[in-house]
Each structure stands twice: as C-alpha cells, then as structure tokens.
Design a protein around this ligand. Structure first.
Ligand code: URA
Length: 256
C-alpha cells in the first residue's frame, strides 16, 4: 500500500514518540539500557530552535490577520501562514467566493475535494444544493446587485485530510483570520452552516437545537442553519432549512 502524506507523518511521529532520533545509527542501540527520556517541556533549549509547543499560533495568526488592510491582503496573509498543518495536505487555499459587498456572508466548515481542486468554497454537491436553496429566496453568489448577493467562505481555508472534522487547535488558530474576514466584508448578516461554523462563531455546537435561532457574533446577527451536506443525507430536514431561509428573507426585508 502506498502511504500518503498524513500516514507517513503519523508513522514518523510515532517513531519519534518511541524515541527514534536519527534515521540510521552506526550501531544498534539498546533503548532499555538508556535513562528515561527527559519530558519535552523540560528539555534544554537548543539555541536557534523553537519547540513547536512554544509557538503561539493564535497570537501570530491574530497579528497577521489584523495587519491585513483589505481582502487581498488577508488572502495573502492566510496563504503565508505556515502553522496550520492542513496547509501541507491541501492543494490550495480556498479563500472565498461571491460579492464582497453582499449583505449576507455564509460561513461553512472547510473545503472538500471539489473545493480543494477548484479553489472556491461550496462548489461540490453540497455547494450546488446551497446555491439552489438561496436561489429560492432570490439570492446568489453571482447576483447582479449587492442586495441579493452572497459572499461565501469557510472556517478553515484548507481541506482536512479525508474530509475529517477540524481539530479545535486548527479552528482556534484560523479564527483570527475569520474574524478579520468578517470585519473586512462587513455584511449585515452571517449564516453559520453546520456545527463547526456554530462552534467557531457562537462557541456552541448542537445544530439541531441551534438552527433557526438567531444569535450574535462579532457584533453581527448570526443565523445557524443545517449544513447542505447534512441536508443531502437527511432530506427530511429540508423543511427546517426552508423555514430558516424564510426567516433570513424576513430579516433582510426588515420584517423582523
Ligand atoms: N462544505 C463546507 O463546509 N465548505 C465547502 O466549501 C464545501 C463543503
């Protein structure tokens, strides 16, 4: 079986964990006869080498994100951010799609295979359903006017391997970029698609209870909705999604 990047990394991490510190030794080492290894945190510092656990990824992300003056600057800052391991396994950064002057900003979870290939969010099957859903209330990412336009992005800009769930550390280190993204687009309303977007924006999971209940994040109203990928698996839930779309439409019209 040919190993992929993540399998090779896991195998290497395991060997390091077991005490391997060089690829080939001159002579066999009896590791049972060696002293117990010093715990990582207490290991003496090697000049010029910064232990990974000492890097404040969230702090560095915050500094980089806040320095971005516009969306192009933010995209460049994210592309240059090296501390999220997802970047290694992804083909490219998936930044956003739609109109930056849209009233509604949709926030999904992370790119999947199609998005990783095309470099745009929500272009696979779930994305096609998302487009269809919003078209029912007259909104689209390629709308002619800002009033009916959508702007779409994700909590994470790189595809997780095998579409696994995002890790809390990955979400935490990319959150400053998402907050800056929202500030630069400055939409009237945020739509949080699924559990991970709710976790990132509202600090809560449990989409079955959260959906349809307006919340607030970074000073903006947030509407949690079922993720379209979930709707593909559970078509019965489309009824709730339709109710949420109507709620969004009413809010945009100023009826609520
Ligand atoms: N699912 C997401 O959450 N985002 C995408 O861009 C595609 C699928």
């Amino acid at each position: 079986m040919r190993m992929g990047f993540w399998e090779m990394k896991a195998a290497l991490d395991w060997q390091v964990e077991m005490g391997a510190d060089e690829a080939i030794a001159e002579a066999p080492i009896d590791r049972y006869a060696l002293e117990a290894p010093v715990p990582k945190a207490a290991a003496p510092a090697v000049p010029g080498v910064v232990a990974l656990q000492e890097v404040d990824a969230v702090g560095l992300a915050t500094t980089a994100a806040e320095a971005a003056a516009d969306l192009a600057g933010l995209e460049a800052a994210m592309a240059a951010f090296e501390l999220c391991e997802l970047k290694q396994g992804a083909r490219q950064l998936v930044f956003a799609d739609g109109r930056a002057d849209a009233r509604v900003m949709i926030i999904g979870e992370a790119p999947g295979r199609d998005e990783d290939l095309q470099g745009k969010p929500f272009v696979g099957r779930a994305g096609q359903l998302l487009d269809l859903m919003f078209r029912q209330i007259g909104m689209a990412r390629d709308a002619q006017d800002a009033q009916s336009a959508l702007y779409i992005t994700n909590v994470l800009p790189w595809r997780p391997p095998q579409n696994r769930d995002p890790e809390p550390e990955e979400m935490a280190m990319m959150l400053p970029f998402l907050h800056r993204h929202i500030a630069l687009v400055n939409p009237d309303i945020l739509v949080a698609m699924g559990n991970h977007a709710c976790q990132a924006l509202l600090g809560r999971k449990g989409i079955t209870r959260l959906r349809g209940a307006w919340g607030e994040a970074v000073g903006k109203p947030v509407l949690p909705m079922f993720h379209p990928a979930y709707l593909l698996r559970s078509p019965m839930a489309k009824r709730d999604a339709w109710a949420d779309l109507l709620s969004l439409q009413a809010r945009l019209r100023g009826d609520t």
